[in-house]
Design a protein around this ligand. Structure first.
Ligand code: CO
Length: 137
């Protein structure tokens, strides 16, 4: 059985969403298909399609939110890699048993009709990993 099915999207932390949207529209040759706020995370997201994958731009709405902190520490850039899973609870249990550190113990509601869980970068060679499972809209 496969566990992490594919890279669903790559999350990119940006300072100014409108500026970044214009850049990624020129880069990818397509415009953002959706903007969505995730209040619990203090972000506004903007999604682009790129073949079977997506790019998620993230701008912080809170000065002390996770995206604001990431930009403060490392500047703009790749923030996380998101993998699609079929059963997020099963994958969370599997990864926990494998010794990975999960940042949330329960799946939480993310952008784009997803249930998500983050895996601490310290257990994945410095990469923040997101597990995401599609929720019927
Ligand atoms: Co994401």
């Amino acid at each position: 059985m496969e566990h992490l099915l594919r890279i669903e999207h790559i999350g990119i932390a940006v300072k100014d969403l409108a500026v970044a949207e214009a850049i990624y529209a020129r880069l990818l040759g397509t415009t953002s298909y959706k903007r969505e706020a995730v209040e619990s995370e203090g972000v506004i997201t903007s999604f682009f399609r790129c073949g079977p994958n997506k790019i998620e731009l993230l701008e912080s709405t809170m000065s002390d939110g996770p995206i604001a902190k990431a930009i403060e520490k490392r500047g703009e850039g790749i923030h996380h890699i998101a993998f699609e899973v079929a059963d997020i609870r099963a994958e969370m249990a599997r990864l926990k048993a494998e010794g990975f550190v999960l940042l949330n113990e329960e799946p939480k509601r993310g952008a784009d009709n997803k249930l998500v869980c983050f895996v601490h970068p310290k257990s994945v060679n410095g990469v923040l990993v997101e597990l995401c499972q599609e929720v019927p809209a």
